[in-house]
Design a protein around this ligand. Structure first.
Ligand SMILES: NC(=O)c1ccc[n+]([C@@H]2O[C@H](COP(=O)([O-])OP(=O)(O)OC[C@H]3O[C@@H](n4cnc5c(N)ncnc54)[C@H](O)[C@@H]3O)[C@@H](O)[C@H]2O)c1
Length: 243
């Protein structure tokens, strides 16, 4: 990443003093806490919350200590208070406007996903470069032309952009988003984006997750001595390794 003039809040894997790995677990705790609240729990022990979130309890206590939340001996954590603390830390006390670029197969599914709204995000606009898609109505929104991006980002005060275009268009789209004023990007395209300092990028790659599971399956098969590998002609190594 190049260096820019914008102030940075991150140093050595930490964001405002909270390790990145902790930040990544906070939404998981929040989801578990919402489920506990829905089930009528007012308090929760670190052990119970750790089980609900699928982490170990020592890690959970350490994570929550970064938010200044230590719980009460013999009682645990107040569920409502912890929801509030984590929501504040994650910036979820305001509703963030998000734009989605690329309204093909994946973009359609994302545009219609109700989970964004329930977790504090508002899809402000949908964009595509294909004139045939412009004007199409999806989940209550008209698809707009990408050339309207600057205006909409400014008008709607958008800071988060989602890219669901093919990989070969993603860098150009990222550049346009940054130029328009977007400072966080969620990238679904299988490529690495170059962005200036001050812009955060998160990548979602289901194929990569499957490859990690395939690693574990291979390990299990190797130790059981059960699986005969496919002939090399069945797998294009460039696709597997390089995406
Ligand atoms: N992250 C994941 O797990 C995951 C899963 C599935 C697909 N993908 C990726 O998501 C992306 C979209 O997949 P898809 O199946 O929806 O593709 P698609 O071809 O159906 O849709 C892509 C859309 O992007 C639009 N587009 C292309 N260039 C553009 C540009 N410069 N500006 C604006 N819009 C532009 C196209 O007009 C099209 O509507 C691909 O990169 C694909 O590899 C990722």
């Amino acid at each position: 990443m190049s260096s820019g003039n914008r102030p940075r809040i991150r140093a050595a894997g930490r964001t405002r003093g909270v390790p990145e790995a902790t930040v990544a677990r906070l939404p998981v705790y929040l989801r578990a806490l919402h489920a506990l609240a829905d089930a009528g729990h007012d308090t929760v022990s670190s052990e119970e919350l750790a089980v609900a979130a699928g982490v170990n309890s020592a890690k959970l206590r350490k994570d929550l200590s970064h938010l200044g939340s230590y719980g009460t001996r013999g009682v645990g954590y107040e569920v409502a208070l912890l929801v509030d603390q984590i929501s504040r830390a994650l910036g979820l006390t305001q509703r963030w406007a998000v734009v989605l670029v690329g309204v093909g197969n994946l973009g359609h599914a994302l545009a219609g996903y109700a989970g964004f709204a329930s977790r504090g995000f508002r899809i402000a606009a949908l964009f595509d470069a294909d004139a045939e898609r412009v004007g199409e109505r999806i989940a209550g929104q008209d698809v707009r032309h990408i050339d309207d991006l600057d205006r909409v980002v400014a008008e709607e005060q958008v800071s988060i952009g989602v890219i669901a275009t093919p990989a070969d268009a993603a860098q150009e789209v990222a550049d346009r988003l940054v130029e328009a004023g977007v400072t966080s990007i969620l990238n679904f395209a299988p490529c690495v984006l170059q962005v200036p300092d001050g812009v955060d990028v998160r990548k979602v790659d289901l194929a990569l997750e499957l490859q990690i599971l395939s690693f574990h399956e291979q390990r299990k098969a190797d130790s059981a001595g059960t699986v005969t590998p496919l002939p090399a002609s069945h797998v294009d190594a460039r696709e597997v390794v390089g995406q």
